[in-house]
Design a protein around this ligand. Sequence first.
Ligand SMILES: NC(=O)c1ccc[n+]([C@@H]2O[C@H](COP(=O)([O-])OP(=O)(O)OC[C@H]3O[C@@H](n4cnc5c(N)ncnc54)[C@H](OP(=O)(O)O)[C@@H]3O)[C@@H](O)[C@H]2O)c1
Length: 323
Amino acid sequence: MKASVNTKYGPPEVLEIKEVEKPSPKDNELLIKIHATTVNRTDCGFRNPEYFIVRIVGGLFAPRKHILGTELAGEVEAIGKNVKTFKPGDQVFGLSTFNFGTHAEYVCVKEEKAIALKPTNMSYQEAAAVCDGAFLAYANLKKIDFSTPKKVLVNGASGSIGSSTVQLAKYLGADITAVCDTKRAELVKSLGANKVIDYTKEDFTNCGELFDLVFDSVGKSSFGKCKKILKPKGIYISSELGYMSQNIFYALFTPLFGGKKVLFPIPVDKKEDIIFFKELIEVGKYKAIIDRTYPFEQIIEATKYVEAGEKTGNVVITIKHNN
Ligand SMILES: NC(=O)c1ccc[n+]([C@@H]2O[C@H](COP(=O)([O-])OP(=O)(O)OC[C@H]3O[C@@H](n4cnc5c(N)ncnc54)[C@H](OP(=O)(O)O)[C@@H]3O)[C@@H](O)[C@H]2O)c1
């Protein structure tokens, strides 16, 4: 099968499409023929690690896994003998976050992992563009008690995690202030934002309002800067570790004092979340935001675009099979 392979860390050019052995499913695995995947910031972060912790997880001097890709939509081609809940021909979507491997024509995924039947009202391209942003957003939103209405500010609302956060927070009943540039304001409002602040014209920390949650989904801000717009027991979450990994330390210590605090939940991709996203999609409460779609052969160009940090939502890769 064809796969995008990287045996060393580095710029997008370390990716090389080549023939590798097609995987065979173990007893508890599905073999999935991939029709669409994405290039996301997780792929970029593991291809050219910025943080040392990524090297601890992914390989100290060179990547341990040679095929990137965390999102997929495709068709079950074969199943292991113990698989009960899927059958060949099922159309599926989901994540292979810590195993990667979806930048290829085929991948094997364990039955109990974050895979579900594809939403009936989505194409493979749309379904591939749902899960990474949504699971990262939801891992954070799950830590907030939405049983009473919450005021939420989402910085970077036009990105993958940001656009997912707006949609999921809306579903959870939040009043949302979104921070993005003017050209994406209408899109972000259509996803559920009550108000939009253009970050190119105004510093959102001077907006004069107080929030229960400030979620910096692009990691461009800091707890220190956002404290003044948090309610007395307000929560700050960032998708990035922050300067000198400060968000980890804040998350360890600020909850001890009972006031404004930082949370940094470790995201885990779970099947139940993928099923939840499928249900939301099928009742029209969540949609895929796709900026660009590239053929598999242009994965380096797609990666360069994603790495620029300017995408709206997600960048999809389509994989055409010869058989
Ligand atoms: N915690 C985790 O496990 C985890 C996993 C994956 C990724 N991440 C990190 O999470 C961050 C977000 O990922 P993502 O995929 O959602 O990002 P993304 O889609 O690449 O975000 C791009 C969007 O952010 C907007 N943006 C850029 N700078 C901004 C600013 N200063 N203020 C407001 N909006 C701004 C861009 O708009 P403009 O073009 O107008 O600038 C663009 O629409 C990345 O830093 C990534 O490394 C964390």
